[in-house]
Design a binder for this molecule. Structure first.
Ligand SMILES: [Cu+2]
Length: 280
C-alpha cells in the first residue's frame, strides 16, 4: 500500500469532456484525511488466497452467470443472451472470477491480472478479510490525480503523450476491431503500465474499480467537502476509472473524474477493485 497525505484537492470536472448526466462536475475543493491505498488492483492471485482462506462464494458463482465481453468468447461459443442497448455484453453461464471469459477459460495466464466478475458485496467481503475497506469516490479520485490539478488522466491531459500508451483501453473501432495499440485486448497485469505520481498503477483503464459510495449524480453538490462519503442510501454503488473497453467513440469514461455505477450484486468481466485504509 501507499500512504497518501490527503489535504485539499480539486475534485470533479466541468470541461468539455464530461458526460453530463454522470455528475462529474462541478469542480470543487474537497479535503481528505491521510489514508493508504493499494498500489494495484486486487489480483486473481490475491482473490484466490481470500477464497481459499474463507470459502467465499461470489455472487456470480451463486447466480451461475456473469457478463462477458463478446470479443473474449471463442468463435464457436454457444448462443448467449445480450444486453439490449449494449449487445457486446453477453450473459455467459459459468463465467465467474475463476473463469473470466466463460467456463472454457481459467486463470493460468492471468494470476497477476485484476480479479473480475466480483460484485460490490464480494469486494466488501474481501476488504473485511484483509482488514481494509473500499476507497470513497473522493479518496479514489484524489489517488488517481496524484497531485496534478484539473488534469484528465493520472499523468496529464494527453491520451497518448508522444504516442505512448499509458493505460489499457480500446484502440480501433469499438466493438468490432481492437488494434491492440496498448498491447492488450482484455485485462492486463495489475502493474502493466507505469505508476502515477503517487506510485499507483492502472488507476484508469484495465478495469472499473468499485468504490464505497452509493452513487448519485448530484448528491455531492450538497455533501460535506471534508471526507465526503456519498449519499446515505441508493440503488447503485459507484465505480471509477474505466476499463479495457473504454474508447472516445462510445464511452470516454477512462479519466480521473469519470463516474459510473452498478447495483451492488452486479458483476462484469471489466470490474474489479482495490482496497484502502485510513492512516494513523
Ligand atoms: Cu468506458
Amino acid at each position: 500500500m501507499v500512504t497518501l497525505p490527503g489535504g485539499d484537492f480539486l475534485m470533479g470536472n466541468a470541461g468539455r469532456h464530461v458526460v453530463p448526466h454522470d455528475g462529474e462536475g462541478p469542480v470543487r475543493h474537497v479535503r481528505l484525511d491521510p489514508f493508504s491505498i493499494d498500489a494495484c488492483a486486487v489480483s486473481n492471485a490475491d482473490f484466490a488466497r481470500f477464497a481459499e482462506a474463507t470459502g467465499h462464494v461470489t455472487e456470480a458463482e451463486r447466480f451461475g452467470w456473469s457478463f462477458v465481453f463478446a470479443g473474449l468468447l471463442p468463435d464457436d461459443f454457444p448462443p448467449t443472451r445480450g444486453v439490449a442497448d449494449a449487445p457486446w455484453w453477453r450473459q455467459v453461464e459459468g463465467a465467474d472470477w475463476g473463469h473470466p471469459d466463460g467456463p472454457q477459460s481459467d486463470l493460468a495466464e492471468r494470476l497477476d491480472h485484476p480479479v473480475v466478475h466480483v460484485s460490490w458485496h464480494d469486494a466488501q467481503a474481501y476488504c473485511a478479510w484483509a482488514g481494509k475497506q473500499l476507497p470513497t469516490e473522493a479518496q479514489w479520485e484524489y489517488a488517481a490525480r496524484a497531485g496534478l490539478e484539473r488534469k484528465r488522466f493520472p499523468w496529464g491531459d494527453e491520451l497518448e503523450p508522444e504516442g505512448k500508451h499509458l493505460m489499457n483501453v480500446w484502440q480501433g473501432a469499438f466493438p468490432g476491431e481492437n488494434s491492440l495499440g496498448d498491447g492488450f485486448y482484455g485485462t492486463c497485469p495489475v502493474d502493466a503500465f507505469a505508476p502515477n505520481g503517487f506510485g499507483l498503477h492502472n488507476m484508469t483503464g484495465n478495469v472499473w474499480e468499485w468504490c464505497a459510495d452509493w452513487f448519485h449524480p448530484h448528491f455531492h453538490t450538497r455533501d460535506t467537502r471534508s471526507n465526503p462519503q456519498g449519499p446515505p442510501e441508493g440503488a447503485n454503488r459507484s465505480t471509477r476509472g474505466g476499463s479495457y473497453l473504454c474508447h472516445e467513440s462510445y464511452c470516454a469514461r477512462y479519466t480521473v473524474s469519470a463516474r459510473n455505477s452498478m447495483t451492488p450484486d452486479s458483476a462484469t468481466g471489466n470490474t474489479g477493485f482495490r482496497c484502502c485504509l485510513p492512516s494513523g
